[in-house]
Design a protein around this ligand. Structure first.
Ligand code: NAI
Length: 242
């Protein structure tokens, strides 16, 4: 279904990003994984895509918070693959803490990676989408950005910012055949969430359990192929934010 397309997945070497990478590869897309530091993990994800699905896959070390590094990474991906059709802005961090004691570094680190990082990637990929006369951007937001969450003012601001970014980009680029959507996952079992068996939030999830990365990847697969859907925020959250 995505044969001949190239997808960039930021933070694609583990967790939700790795699940999305595998899913898009299973649909035939060639894969460019952007990773922050763990080269072995990124290469292992790429190797799996090549072996299991026969697609091309390469990894690129890049800090998405840097305008220059993202510019260079997108240029390298263009040189290797020729074109880019799908961008998944998945890289994200948390620096949780109460507002009253949060330092500037914790605010900036989260905004720079989660929100500005998505801007950087969209900014650099847009010329390639325009050239290809198509493009699909998927931003990984969070229910924290829709509902707010005590102890996460920086994170939820960054994720709410992604919703605004998604809708503006969707409106601005729709006339050029470029779609932009967001996914708002709820509580997904990954390294970021860690052990949560006793978290009282679990009892607030109508479907009664945490989600899996593969369930977020299903939503990404849908948005990658939903040609009449743009500016949407798709919750994958077991109902917690309804
Ligand atoms: P994770 O911590 O397992 O993966 C995040 C990935 O982003 C890692 O591979 C990390 O190396 C990469 N990354 C972080 N900073 C980066 C930077 N500056 N440059 C390049 N890569 C960078 O987290 P998880 O759980 O897989 O989260 C993926 C996305 O989903 C994040 O944006 C997160 O905010 C979002 N999300 C996760 C939820 C969850 O319950 N796990 C819920 C809602 C949203």
């Amino acid at each position: 279904m995505l044969k001949g397309k190239t997808a960039i997945v930021t933070g694609g070497s583990r967790g939700i990003g790795a699940a999305i990478t595998g899913k898009l590869a299973s649909m035939g897309a060639n894969i460019a994984v952007i990773y922050a530091g763990n080269q072995d993990a990124a290469e292992a994800v790429c190797e799996k895509c090549v072996k299991e699905f026969g697609v091309e896959a390469k990894s690129y070390r890049c800090n998405v918070a840097s305008f220059e590094e993202t510019k260079a990474a997108v240029a390298a991906i263009k040189a290797d693959f020729g074109a880019v059709h799908i961008l998944v802005n998945n890289a994200g961090v948390t620096r949780d803490g109460l507002l009253a004691v949060m330092n500037e570094g914790a605010w900036d680190a989260v905004m720079d990676t989660n929100l500005k990082g998505a801007f950087h990637m969209i900014r650099h990929c847009t010329a390639l989408f325009l050239r290809a006369k198509e493009g699909c951007i998927i931003n990984i937001s969070s229910v924290s950005g829709l509902m707010g969450n005590a102890g996460q003012c920086n994170y939820s601001a960054s994720k709410a910012g992604l919703v605004g970014l998604t809708k503006s980009v969707a409106k601005e680029l729709a006339p050029r055949g470029i779609r932009c959507n967001a996914i708002a996952p709820g509580f997904i079992r990954t390294d970021m969430t860690g052990a949560q068996e006793n978290n009282p939030l679990l009892s607030m999830i109508p479907l009664g359990r945490m989600g899996e990365g593969s369930e977020v990847a299903e939503a990404a697969a849908y948005l990658a192929t939903a040609n009449y859907v743009t500016g949407e925020v798709l919750r994958v959250d077991g109902g917690i934010a309804m």
